[in-house]
Design a protein around this ligand. Structure first.
Ligand code: NAD
Ligand code: IPM
Ligand code: MN
Length: 359
């Protein structure tokens, strides 16, 4: 099968981890006889530097002409003082909105060999397999008005019924394929938008009697995520809560660098990116953990291209390398098992191509 993928590496470690994901996907191409055509576009700070805009028209065109989008990360101190319309983050938000990527999946798994590196006790993190279904194109991120003067700042939190229903329904459908449990996280004791959210969750839940569901307030949910993460299956929540809680949940996996994500449109088109940012503190040092980006590539294969076996091959290769005791440097281990970004990527590719040799 031939697939055309827009690659928007962005800034900082975005470039390093995207290169890793592309290399792994090329090795999947070799093993399973697919051809991926990579079309590179500018986004974020890199786009500001070269084209004066965080998301140039050309980038939108490249994405429109592609079957999926692979993204690294954007942003960094160099562009933090830019006016809001020209911030790198605006480029990312615009691409999510433009392509109607309203459902953002962020799976979190605790790999056995990494349990020892999680700040959580092993018995707490063990067996965790949860997924965030984060609403991605509404809420505080996009509500108008949004401005500040020297004396006042305004952000607007607005949600329409359809926006909520779409993501909640997605979560219940997903739960049916998993362990039949949905935890909906809101702040219904204070926010009107959460009261509508809760009402819609109940309406949708009535259509899924086989799925157990619960409402949780975001403050206590953030505590429960750390004290009993294994009690969660599918977590559905609005844009801002999902952003914050998913970074929090990355400690269960041992590192923010481990988490992949898929941002999906209703017809299956998607943008795939790791959950982490451009990590200016380690950029350019070949230190970044590429696993989140590589697993985002696996999500692309499964969700947009329907290549289930190929996606599983990446996930298995990642698992094997981790279980063999290889890590990138943010895991505090002494000795020779600490790999650079490129070494980790090569190890994963070796695992994938082992099968090629034995086929
Ligand atoms: P960050 O996610 O970039 O980094 C947070 C911490 O995690 C840092 O210490 C970093 O070194 C570490 N880390 C992140 N990814 C890692 C990886 N793959 N391997 C090893 N360590 C990793 O968050 P930040 O520092 O708050 O933000 C930096 C910039 O990234 C900001 O401009 C922000 O807006 C942007 N950002 C972009 C995205 C995105 O493009 N989707 C996501 C989050 C933040
Ligand atoms: C993420 C990031 C973005 C978000 C920023 C960079 C706009 O933190 O993808 O998690 O808040 O959604
Ligand atoms: Mn985030």
């Amino acid at each position: 099968m031939k697939k055309r993928v827009a690659v928007l590496s962005g800034d900082g470690i975005g470039k390093e981890v995207t290169e890793a994901a592309v290399a792994v996907l090329d090795s999947i191409g070799r093993r399973f006889h697919h051809k991926f055509e990579w079309v590179y576009g500018l986004l974020g700070g890199a786009a500001l530097d070269e084209a004066g805009h965080p998301i140039p028209e050309e980038t939108i065109k490249i994405c429109e002409e592609s079957d999926a989008i692979l993204l690294g990360a954007i942003g960094g101190p160099k562009w933090d003082h830019f006016p809001k319309e020209l911030r790198p983050e605006k480029g990312l938000l615009q691409i999510r909105k433009h392509f109607e990527l309203s459902v953002n999946l962020r799976p979190v798994q605790a790999y056995k060999t990494l349990l020892a590196f999680s700040p959580l006790k092993e018995e707490v993190a063990e067996g965790v397999d949860l997924v965030f279904v984060r609403e991605l194109t509404g809420g505080l991120y996009f509500g108008e008005p949004s401005y500040h003067t020297d004396d006042q700042a305004v952000d607007t939190l607005v949600y329409g019924r359809e926006e909520i229903e779409r993501v909640v329904r997605f979560a219940f459908e997903l739960a049916k394929q998993r362990r039949n449990k949905v935890s909906s996280i809101d702040k219904a004791n204070v926010l009107e938008s959460s009261r509508l959210w809760r009402k819609i969750v109940e309406e949708v839940a009535a259509e899924y009697p086989e799925v157990e569901y619960e409402h949780m307030l975001v403050d206590s949910a953030s505590m429960k995520l750390i004290t009993s993460p294994a009690s969660f299956d599918v977590i559905v929540t609005e844009n801002m809560f999902g952003d914050i809680l998913s970074d929090e949940a990355s400690v269960i996996a041992g590192s923010l660098g481990m988490l992949p994500s898929a941002s999906l449109r209703a017809d299956g088109f998607g943008l795939y990116e790791p959950v982490h940012g451009s990590a200016p503190d380690i950029a350019g040092q070949n230190k970044a953990n590429p696993v989140g980006a590589i697993l985002s590539g696996a999500m692309m294969l499964r969700s947009t291209f329907g290549m289930n076996q190929e996606a599983a091959a990446i996930e298995e290769a990642v698992r094997n390398v981790l279980e063999d005791g290889y890590f990138t440097g943010e895991f505090k281990v002494d000795g020779s098992n600490v790999l650079t970004t490129t070494e980790m990527t090569e190890k994963i590719i070796e695992e994938i191509e082992k099968e090629l040799i034995s086929d």
